[in-house]
Design a binder for this molecule. Sequence first.
Ligand SMILES: Cc1cc2nc3c(=O)[nH]c(=O)nc-3n(C[C@H](O)[C@H](O)[C@H](O)COP(=O)(O)OP(=O)(O)OC[C@H]3O[C@@H](n4cnc5c(N)ncnc54)[C@H](O)[C@@H]3O)c2cc1C
Length: 425
Amino acid sequence: MEITRPTDRGYAALRHVYARTGQPGSVLLPRSTAEVVEALGIVRSSGRPFSVRSGGHGISSIATNDGGDVIDLRWMASVEHRGGTHVRIGPGARWGAVAHELSPLGLAISSGDSGDVGVGGLATTGGVGLMGRAHGLTIDRLRSAEIVTADGRVHRVSETEDPDLFWAVRGAGANVGIVTSFDFEAAETSDVVQATVAYQPTDLAAFLVAWGRTVEEAAREVSAFLYIGAGPRPFAQATVVYAGDDLGAAVPELKRFVRLPGTAGQRSMVVPYSAVPLTSGAPHTGQQRAAAHTGLAVHLDDDLAARIAVLLRAGGAEMVQIRSVGGAVNDVHPDATAYAHRHQNFPVTAVSVDGGPAFDRAWEPVHERMDGMYLSFESDHRAEAVAEAFPPRTLARLRTLKARFDPDDVFDQNFDVTEAARSDG
Ligand SMILES: Cc1cc2nc3c(=O)[nH]c(=O)nc-3n(C[C@H](O)[C@H](O)[C@H](O)COP(=O)(O)OP(=O)(O)OC[C@H]3O[C@@H](n4cnc5c(N)ncnc54)[C@H](O)[C@@H]3O)c2cc1C
């Protein structure tokens, strides 16, 4: 197996991730499941801290480290059409590449707004995407997976094979092993209608309440992400996607978003779904220094909207992102997957370049109103955050599985459920 160390050529291109620079002692680059087993054996026997990396685009920035090892799955990036809607994807693929491979086949998998995000990180936690209200989370389309557990065993998991492990993979995959391949049931969608709308609201809180109501009232074919910049006169930009190419049905749905107060401009197009996730392909240099806090909201009510408006106007965060879930995401029973948040409508995420205590304090009034959390948008891994990501029943089941599949807590890097157990005393 290829192993790159600091003195080797090519190390510079492997050491960093999107939002953090790193200086690992070695980067192991497996090309097969057997080599992942070998890599895990090597890092376990070294006793040094290690990271698992798929796309390296995690907001958590834990896919690199200083002085430890990294298992980097970038060479396991195949996208294989296995007939019908069945697609097998390697963890190192990026969602932009997946969309481009599937588009000519008339297929698509809802992932997220960034095509640079890796398959492995997103498909083990959730996957809040721009066709989510139509097709569910990314994990809701997962039909089976292959995973290497801490003891080096390889499991094929599905509803019928190791169903407990399959349950854990869909929301807490990083706690139970390294996923080496994902089998999805893609949706038969090729073209979608995408609108980009700019807003300059005079009353941000009132605008957010109207935005929330509009999203909740929209047909489930509509998913809508809103990005609001900070400042005394906040501006916002939205990406709204109608999952389908029926213009007669799409246009009235998208018009609701253009009628919102403060609309400053809009552009709508029929595009292949592959044009939706924004993809730069830029190498990782730790370029995006950012901290993020996040939570889920059922509704954008007056009180929550006012708190978000204060956060932005006071400059407590550089940006707030409000994505949409609901629809097909909430058709799934909370106990069906380790991602249990199936009644909320909005992931709300605050982003700060500098992070730190001032950002934590500014977030707190919004945090108080949050109902659960999607861990992929959070850069704080304290035990309390683990308890927000996994409600009590989910956490209890995860701890039981953790004790069975990872008794030595080898996979302790990403929202470690054992940490939560410890903090409970
Ligand atoms: C610009 C940007 C936009 C984003 N937009 C969205 C969005 O719209 N919707 C959404 O849902 N998410 C979004 N995310 C969050 C993203 O889904 C997560 O950060 C995800 O973890 C990134 O996946 P990755 O493979 O690139 O991560 P990496 O940085 O490679 O990995 C992150 C962590 O995931 C775990 N992990 C990675 N691969 C595996 C594996 N094969 N098996 C087990 N565990 C693994 C490890 O603990 C690893 O440290 C966005 C992130 C960014 C930076």
